[in-house]
Each structure stands twice: as structure tokens, then as C-alpha cells.
Design a binder for this molecule. Structure first.
Ligand code: FAD
Length: 474
């Protein structure tokens, strides 16, 4: 079936709204916006519109709604599930939020920040820091992802353990609905028990229910003392014990607790210039942990040292280094944050972003590793992730000697194996990256039918013509 192209007259109306400089239409200019980071999807669009205000977004969506033109919202295009890329038929308008990048309000007394959707995450963090506050959402793509994209994917990152996902960090939203109406839900309240919490539909909605144009974000006291340690452990159970020990000893002030397998660290050391193993010898697993306090004059160094010493004495850990300076802490974090880049240099890999209850991580790891090795001898598990959240990136590297096409041909089967094990352990097949185009169909196997049906009803209720990011999530 041929897909109708977007009529020129409609494109002209949209161009008139955003004005010169507010759109791109030449293939060469559009190229970076229609291609996903990992190169899995190459879409097409007749126009990338870059509105500068929520009112302009509303005007564009109104035109699209009247003419049933599908819209793909796009933030920083760092999402890993193909959600921000238009389909290949060229029938969808691409709507970039990049120029909606104003800070609308900073309210230190209320510990809130109101920003537009196109603000880059690192800039949001900087605005919070300038007000002597912390906006704790932090992830390796923070220099280019946008807060609207973070909210739409319910992004997690390294500080979820202490501060929660994007879902927990948003107090209010402003959203352009699929019919073009602008919903002002920019509430700055921590308590508001007046019915359904509608903003939560758009958080993690991956642009399928509306376009987020602004958000009220929660701020926290800025950490005064941060302690960072890189620790070698013999197995995943020891890492889980260390997490429990640190949480107990620090009174729950563990911000990040990242697990890195030996194979993953080896990949980073091999591919990323300047990365150095801070520990002597080789160990099966490593942990990168960060603790912080915002209390004046307090340090968590004794709590960290004491916990590590006890764990060492009981055989729970093999070796450890504590950063002595910010520069050393940054070097340790570089080992963790370079993993996606190292994987890219290493070649084809099959990625899994699963979560299980922390109490079942040990079982997940041993079952998943055995199962994929049986299915594909020689496969190289590259496991790392946010252990403190029960979220493991259980990726699989190409077995030596196997052609990429033959590896890809096994992808569906390997996905099924890993996802089935996560589901059997009461887990999730997508802990933080969402469903997008990639997991949209497979989720049906894992969610109760009633839940899928409710999700479909919500979609139909808000977007009866299905113009908001069709073919994604649901
Ligand atoms: C190196 C690297 C590390 C990463 N680490 C993490 C991590 O630790 N944790 C994590 O959760 N993710 C991580 N990600 C994934 C990604 O960065 C996040 O999903 C991020 O939140 C996406 O933001 P974005 O602005 O790039 O969104 P995009 O990729 O542009 O869009 C993502 C989805 O949101 C929709 N969308 C975007 N903006 C809006 C809007 N304003 N209104 C409505 N819908 C919108 C899009 O249509 C799409 O479906 C990582 C990615 C990379 C490349």
C-alpha cells in the first residue's frame, strides 16, 4: 500500500509557523536526525520542524491532527530503541524540541526548576548547581539528550538508587495533546490528591500520547562530600552483599552502585585510550560505588573505608581503591561511562536491558549466562549496569569466527532466552531504554493481556487517530 505524501500546502503552513531557520527539508541536512545512534534505523521525513514555543508546537500539532499527519517528537536522538526516528515511508513529520530550551523558573525555596523540553540534561544540572542544588538525573548521554526525551523515556541513569527515575523527579508537565490543545499541568506541588495523576501517562510515554513542552523538576541539596570507590569482587553475590553493607553503614546514602564484569572492563581497556585499570591483578567482577552527603562538614569516607575493610576481612572483596580527588573519581567513572563506546568499537553485539529484584540478580546472571552459552557456544556476555537498581545490561558480543549476519540471525532466539529468564524471575525486559520500535511487539509476551488492553485503551482515548509517534511502544 502506498503511503500518501504530506501535501506541500500543509508543509508550507508548518514552515510559516516556525519561520525561516525553524525547519530543515534537504536530505543532507536531515540525515543526522533520521538515523538512530547505533545505525539500526534510517527513516525519512519531508520536514523537520523546530518550533521555539509551546504555542507553535500546539499550532503545528493542530494542523497535523486536522490532516491526520503522523508526528514523531524528537529530543537529543540518543534513545536506543528507535523511538525518535520516523518510519521509512517518509509520511511522518519530525518535530524537534531543540529550540524550546528556556529555563522558565528557578525556585530554590520550593526546590524546583521549570524548564522547557529541549533543554539539554547537562545544562539542567548546571542550572540546578548554580542555585546550589542538585538535579540528580545523570547518564552518559547527558551532554546531548534533552529533558523532554529523558521524561518521555522515564530515563534512569546512575543515581536511581538514591533519587529514583525521571518519573520520581517530575512534579508537573506541560503537554501538547494529539488534538493540538495545550495542557498546562506545570504544578509545583509535592502533594496534590485531586484525581488521576495524568502526568505519569506522558512520563515514559515515548511521545505516543503527546508532546512534552515543559516540566517542573524536583531539586535536592547539593552534595558537599562525594566518596567514590572501585572494588574487585569474586562474584555477583559479593557485590550484592557490599551494596547492602554500604547502604546500612551510610544510612542509605549510596548514590550509585554499578557492576562491571571482567570481560566488560577488558573491552574498555582495549578500546578506549587513556583508560587504566586502577587495581592490580585480574578479578571476575568490579563495582563502582559512589556515596555522598550534603551535610556541612560531614564526610562518608570513614563509612566507606570501614565497610570495605570489613568486607575484605570476611573475604567478600578482593581489592579496592578509593578516589583521592575529583580527577581520580572522574577517571573511575570514565571506565563505566566508556562501556557503550567500547562496545561500538568491538563490533556487533546483541543488547539486553533487563531488571530483576536485587535479591534475584545472582540467579539471573548464572542462568542467563549458562543459557546463552548453551544456545551459542563462544558467545561473549558483556554484563554491566546499575546493580543497585536490579538493572543489568546483559549484552552479548559476537563469538569469534561467526559472521555478523549469522549472529543477527540468532538475535530473536537469544532475546527470547534472556527475556524469558528475566520474566520468570519477576523482572522486566526493558528496565530503562523503553520499548520504542525494537521491543514493541515482544512486550506482548510478558505483560498480562489486560495490561496491554488498558494501554491500548489509553492510547485510543488520547490519540484516537493514532498520529502521535505511531508504531512505537504499543
Ligand atoms: C551512551 C548512552 C548512555 C545512555 N545511558 C542511559 C542510562 O543510563 N539510562 C537511561 O535511561 N538511558 C540511557 N541512554 C538512553 C537515552 O540517552 C535516554 O533514553 C534519553 O532519555 C533519551 O533522551 P533524548 O532527548 O535523546 O530522546 P530521543 O532519543 O530524542 O527520544 C526518545 C523518545 O522520546 C520521545 N520524545 C523525545 N522528546 C519528546 C518530547 N519532548 N515529548 C514527547 N516525546 C518525546 C521520542 O519520540 C522517542 O520516542 C543512554 C544512551 C546513550 C547513547
Amino acid at each position: 500500500m502506498s503511503v500518501p505524501a504530506v501535501p506541500d500546502a500543509i508543509l508550507d503552513r508548518i514552515k510559516a509557523i516556525v519561520g525561516p531557520g525553524g525547519y530543515l527539508e534537504e536530505a543532507v541536512d536531515l540525515a543526522p536526525y533520521v538515523c538512530e545512534l547505533r545505525g539500526r534505523f534510517h527513516g525519512r521525513t519531508p520536514l523537520l520542524a523546530r518550533p521555539k514555543s509551546a504555542e507553535d508546537v500546539a499550532a503545528i500539532v493542530t494542523i497535523c491532527a486536522e490532516n491526520r499527519i503522523p508526528i514523531v517528537p524528537q529530543g537529543g536522538n540518543t534513545g536506543l530503541m528507535g523511538g525518535a526516528i520516523p518510519h521509512e515511508d517518509g509520511a511522518e513529520l519530525l518535530l524537534s524540541l531543540a529550540r524550546l530550551n528556556q529555563v522558565r523558573a528557578v525556585d530554590p525555596a520550593n526546590d524546583t526548576l521549570t524548564v522547557e523540553a529541549g533543554c539539554v540534561l547537562a545544562d539542567v544540572q548546571a542550572v540546578a548547581a548554580a542555585a546550589d542544588r542538585l538535579f540528580p538525573l545523570s547518564l552518559a548521554a547527558e551532554g546531548s539528550c534533552q529533558i523532554g526525551g529523558n521524561i518521555s523515556t522515564n530515563a534512569g541513569g546512575i543515581n536511581v538508587l538514591r533519587y529514583g527515575n525521571a518519573r520520581e523527579l517530575v512534579l508537573g508537565l506541560e503537554v501538547v495533546l494529539p488534538d493540538g490543545r495545550l495542557w498546562d499541568g506545570l504544578r509545583e506541588l509535592r502533594k496534590d490528591n485531586t484525581g488521576y495523576d495524568l502526568k505519569q501517562l506522558f512520563i515514559g510515554g515515548e511521545g505516543t500520547l503527546g508532546v512534552i513542552t515543559a516540566a517542573v523538576l524536583r531539586l535536592f541539596p547539593r552534595p558537599r562530600d562525594v566518596q567514590t570507590a572501585f572494588v574487585a569482587v569474586g562474584d555477583v553475590a559479593a557485590a550484592c552483599d557490599l551494596l547492602a553493607g554500604l547502604r546500612r553503614r551510610s544510612g542509605g546514602r549510596v548514590d550509585a552502585f554499578e557492576l562491571i564484569s571482567a570481560a566488560t572492563l577488558e573491552l574498555v581497556l582495549r578500546h578506549i585510550p587513556g583508560c587504566i585499570d586502577p587495581l592490580a591483578g585480574q578479578h571476575p567482577w568490579y563495582v563502582l560505588a559512589a556515596l555522598s552527603t550534603s551535610a556541612e562538614g560531614e564526610t562518608l569516607r570513614p563509612a566507606l573505608e570501614d565497610t570495605l575493610a570489613r568486607a575484605h576481612d570476611s573475604g567478600g572483596i578482593r581489592d579496592a581503591v578509593i578516589a583521592e580527588s575529583m580527577a581520580q573519581a572522574r577517571d573511575l567513572w570514565r571506565l563505566r561511562e566508556s562501556i557503550p563506546e567500547a562496545e561500538r568499537y568491538d563490533g556487533a553485539s546483541i543488547k539486553h536491558d533487563v531488571a530483576v529484584p536485587i535479591s534475584r540478580i545472582v540467579e539471573f546472571m548464572s542462568r542467563a549466562e549458562a543459557a546463552v552459552r548453551t544456545e551459542l557456544p563462544g558467545v561473549r556476555p558483556v554484563a554491566f549496569g546499575h546493580l543497585g537498581d536490579g538493572n543489568i545490561h546483559f549484552n552479548l558480543g559476537l563469538p569469534p569466527g561467526l559472521a555478523v549476519e549469522a549472529f543477527r540471525a540468532r538475535e530473536e532466539r537469544l532475546n527470547r532466552i534472556v527475556h524469558d529468564i528475566a520474566a520468570e524471575l519477576d523482572g522486566s525486559i526493558s528496565a530503562e531504554h523503553g520499548l520504542g520500535r525494537i521491543k514493541r511487539k515482544s512486550i506482548r509476551r510478558y505483560k498480562p493481556a489486560v495490561e496491554i488492553e488498558l494501554m491500548r485503551r489509553v492510547k485510543r482515548a488520547l490519540d484516537p487517530d493514532g498520529i502521535m509517534n505511531p508504531g512505537k511502544l504499543i
